[in-house]
Design a protein around this ligand. Structure first.
Ligand code: ATP
Length: 362
């Protein structure tokens, strides 16, 4: 049985704004779920409804099979970590970790054992006597996580916990949080707008846009089998390239070259798109320079960014801007014309109206 179950959840704020539409999700015990999407898509609202900090306007929310809509935050067995660490500045790390347990009237020696065990999981043993101001951002964040996990609750909720850290610290904390999750095993719902965090941390990702769930899947599923154009463009860095064209006699004209779609679509599907607009998508990292097996195009190089392990090549073809990811040793010169090939298996096609993915032939 799912540990958390959200069935047809909606949030309509008192001013009438419908922030979350028909949200459905079953979360297995111990699963790490990431809600991801651009600012304002409703991810924090959803998390706050799970936490009991925001009323559910309609729909049902179950914890362990029990209806929890009307349970207060304290009755839900949750711990939350927010973007701001909310540590007590005048207390030591030890006291920050111990505080919740002291309030609950737990014996000092039990508290001591728990604080030491959590500090050791989080690498904070040497910092227990320090005040928060004498810690780095990453260390403070670990104390905030420690305060949440020390209570051994079943559900762990995190809202953009890494956004105050610099890029290096974020990478480290990402790994630490997934590591802690593995050790502690709490069911986790984690909110971020950062697709890299979602991809690297989640068991399953929920992609949201404008209050609607776009797709739920593993990082692998979302990357290789996006359900629609939004998910395809949101997951992956640099983002997927798109170009629009109208199907005529089973072909589209793309970047000055004819593209025979019968190579990727079966006859019935292709016929149903005759005269309609489609979006042709491919990922920057799935091309090869030069001629090859697949669709080959030409483009002019506008800018190159050498990143070390690869080069991002910004090109333009027929007024469409594209990004290609190439081996740094193959970095072309600015203003060069390059040809590149998209293998058939790396082509994504989307319905120009609905933006849903068009299934390719097997
Ligand atoms: P961010 O990443 O910027 O935090 P989010 O995806 O978490 O965005 P929410 O905070 O859930 O988005 O907000 C979803 C939508 O609901 C936004 O358009 C926001 O303006 C709106 N909203 C949030 N709180 C309220 C409120 N109390 N009353 C009315 N509308 C609200």
């Amino acid at each position: 049985m799912a540990y958390l179950s959200l069935k047809g959840i909606n949030k309509i704020y008192p001013n009438g704004f419908h922030a979350v539409h028909d949200f459905n999700l079953d979360v297995e015990p111990g699963e790490f779920i990431v809600l991801v999407g651009p600012s304002g898509c409703g991810k924090s609202t959803t998390l706050r409804m799970i936490a009991g900090l925001e009323d559910i306007s309609n729909g049902e929310f179950y914890i362990g099979g029990e209806l929890a809509n009307d349970k207060g935050p304290r009755e839900r067995g949750i711990a939350m970590v927010f973007q701001s660490y909310a540590l007590y500045p005048h207390m030591s790390v030890y006291d920050n970790l111990a505080f919740g347990l002291s309030l609950a009237g737990i014996d000092d020696d039990v508290i001591d054992e728990k604080v030491n065990s959590v500090a050791s999981i989080l690498g904070l043993t040497d910092y227990l006597d320090r005040k928060p101001r004498a810690l780095s951002g990453g260390q403070r964040q670990r104390v905030a996580v420690g305060r949440a996990i020390i209570r051994k609750v079943g559900i762990f909720l995190m809202d953009e916990p890494l956004s105050n850290l610099d890029a290096k610290q974020r990478v480290t904390m990402r790994r630490e949080i997934t590591d802690i999750h593995r050790k502690v095993g709490s069911t986790t719902v984690y909110v971020t707008h950062d697709q890299t965090e979602a991809m690297t941390m989640a068991d399953r990702i929920v992609v949201m846009k404008d209050g609607y769930v776009q797709q739920v899947g593993t990082p692998y599923e979302l990357y290789f089998n996006p359900a629609n154009l939004f998910v395809a463009g949101f997951i992956g860095e640099p983002p997927m390239n798109f170009a629009y064209a109208t199907v005529e006699e089973g072909r589209i004209e793309l970047f000055g070259s004819p593209v025979d779609l019968s190579l990727v679509l079966d006859d019935d599907t292709l016929a149903s798109y005759e005269g309609k607009e489609i979006a042709f998508g491919f990922r920057p990292e799935h091309i090869s320079l030069g001629e090859g097996e697949g669709y080959t195009f030409k483009a002019d190089v506008v800018l190159t960014e050498l990143l070390g392990d690869n080069t991002n090549v910004y090109v333009r073809s027929e007024d469409t801007d594209l990004i290609l990811k190439v081996d740094p040793h193959d970095t072309p010169a600015i203003d060069d014309e390059v040809s590149f090939t998209v293998p058939l298996k790396s082509v994504y096609l989307f319905d120009g109206d609905t933006e849903l993915v068009i299934p390719k032939k097997q």
